[in-house]
Design a protein around this ligand. Structure first.
Ligand SMILES: Cc1cc2nc3c(=O)[nH]c(=O)nc-3n(C[C@H](O)[C@H](O)[C@H](O)COP(=O)(O)OP(=O)(O)OC[C@H]3O[C@@H](n4cnc5c(N)ncnc54)[C@H](O)[C@@H]3O)c2cc1C
Length: 418
């Protein structure tokens, strides 16, 4: 694609960045932007932005595209400038947090601009919530909240690296979701930017963005609810899954760890970990497993292939009985009314088939893929119509979440054949 862009140089710094951009994009004519906006265009750097943690088999990974440039906005103004350029030259925009997800949401499947939010990471604690920019890191927020005797109600176990924008865009569930639900249920409001400008949304309207994987707008910041920082009492016991499900009431966090996954930790038997806010029993194994929550792959010394599915609570025990026949290593994390099952396989070709089979079996029990991104999609007529109204050229993270792409179509067929 050849872009015709006129470059207006405003300062020495801009000159450097814009000249790089010009070379990378074979710019010919015009553009009046860019102020001090940071842009990275070195081909080797851009190559890194083709990936997240998703490990596609080689033929499929060729579908992904190296971005033209990576923008790193530092302010709302920067984001608006990027939107302006994208709209003018019809270049897709791929929002990116820490790229710690494995669903391909940040992976470009067209020649695009990546918008990386790592420089918008400020936050401030205020009464019982935190107002955080999109690139703010969950672990830093948790530490700052703890200093004020507050704590995040929910956060992902990837909190060391992942960002507010990334988790909100996926409406993830994680630590605390047993008591408080998904992140989307714990937001006062979010601010988003699209081609028409910036707006603050709350109530029903926020669901147009929460869980939309950046396909309907760029999340600038979120007001996230906090809880009082009560101590967590963690207890772990060896139990069958159907018995474990009966003990979830009043819990803050609960996980069921299979024998295979415990073996990776050098431990025997299975374990059901139940954590409660400020009450309940605790024991040494519970403390150990609670403290390792940020390392779900601890003890695995190979790069695994994995599959993550969501099941309604009532069918998770039946599903697990079937899963045990072809997967030894898995962990189940519970939320209010569903459970996510993270199944791990070693890196062999047949593991890809087994990973797909996890989904096939899950579907039989009313389950679905945990993440959408590039690997899966849902049919959502309302969201599609909304997107068409605000993004008529389909520039905001195209082919993701509720728009099928070649990879999600291939995976859908592969699941049927697995
Ligand atoms: C060890 C480990 C543990 C994990 N634990 C959990 C867990 O407990 N729960 C869970 O849900 N997931 C978990 N994950 C997956 C992943 O880390 C999380 O979903 C995480 O929150 C993603 O955040 P991120 O900043 O890396 O987002 P990214 O991967 O960068 O982006 C995710 C999606 O959000 C979009 N996006 C990013 N920023 C914006 C923005 N500003 N505006 C609009 N869209 C945006 C991207 O385009 C992409 O579609 C885990 C991953 C690892 C490696």
């Amino acid at each position: 694609m050849v872009f015709k862009i006129k470059i207006v140089l405003k300062s020495e710094e801009v000159k450097v960045y814009n000249l790089q951009l010009m070379t990378a994009m074979r710019f010919v004519d015009s553009v009046e932007i860019i102020g001090n906006l940071r842009v990275e265009t070195h081909p080797k750097v851009c190559e890194l932005y083709r990936y997240d943690l998703l490990d596609l088999p080689p033929p499929l990974s060729r579908i992904t595209k190296k971005p033209i440039a990576v923008f790193q906005p530092e302010s709302d103004d920067d984001v608006l400038k990027i939107l302006k350029v994208a709209a003018k030259f019809k270049v897709p925009l791929i929002p990116r947090g820490a790229a710690s997800s494995a669903y391909g949401g940040v992976v470009p499947i067209k020649k695009s601009f990546v918008v990386e939010f790592s420089r918008m990471r400020k936050f401030r604690i205020q009464k019982n919530c935190v107002i955080a920019e999109s690139g703010a890191n969950w672990f830093e927020i948790e530490n700052a909240a703890n200093r004020e005797n507050l704590a995040l109600r929910v956060y992902p176990t990837s909190a060391f690296v992942s960002t507010v924008g990334g988790w909100v865009a996926q409406n993830g569930f994680g630590v605390g979701s047993l008591a408080y639900g998904r992140i989307g249920e714990n937001l006062e409001w979010i601010e988003v930017a699209d081609f028409k400008g910036i707006r603050r949304v709350s109530g029903e309207e926020k669901w147009r963005y929460v869980g939309a994987y950046g396909t309907t707008g760029l999340i600038l910041r979120a007001c996230v609810k906090l809880r009082e920082n009560k101590p967590i009492n963690a207890e772990a016991v060896s139990l069958s899954l159907d018995k474990a499900v009966e003990l979830l009431d009043g819990g803050y966090y609960a996980a069921y760890i299979s024998c295979g996954a415990m073996k990776n930790l050098g431990l025997e038997g299975n374990a059901f970990l139940i954590c409660r806010e400020g009450w309940g029993d605790k024991n040494a194994l519970g403390e150990y497993l609670w403290n390792r929550r940020f390392e779900p792959l601890k003890g695995i010394n190979y790069r695994p292939i994995f599959s993550e599915v969501l099941l309604p609570l009532e069918s998770v025990a039946d599903f697990e009985a079937r899963l045990r026949e072809f997967c030894k290593s898995y962990e189940i994390v519970f939320s209010k009314n569903e459970a996510s099952i993270f199944a791990i396989f070693d890196k062999k070709w047949e593991s890809y088939i087994r990973a797909l089979k996890v989904l096939k079996v899950a579907k039989r029990y009313g389950g679905k893929f945990y993440g959408l991104g590039m690997i899966s999609y849902v049919k959502d007529k309302n969201l599609r119509e909304f997107k068409r109204s605000i993004d008529p050229h389909n520039l905001l993270n195209p082919g993701k979440a509720f728009q099928p792409n070649l990879i999600s179509k291939i995976i859908k067929i592969a699941v049927m054949l697995a």
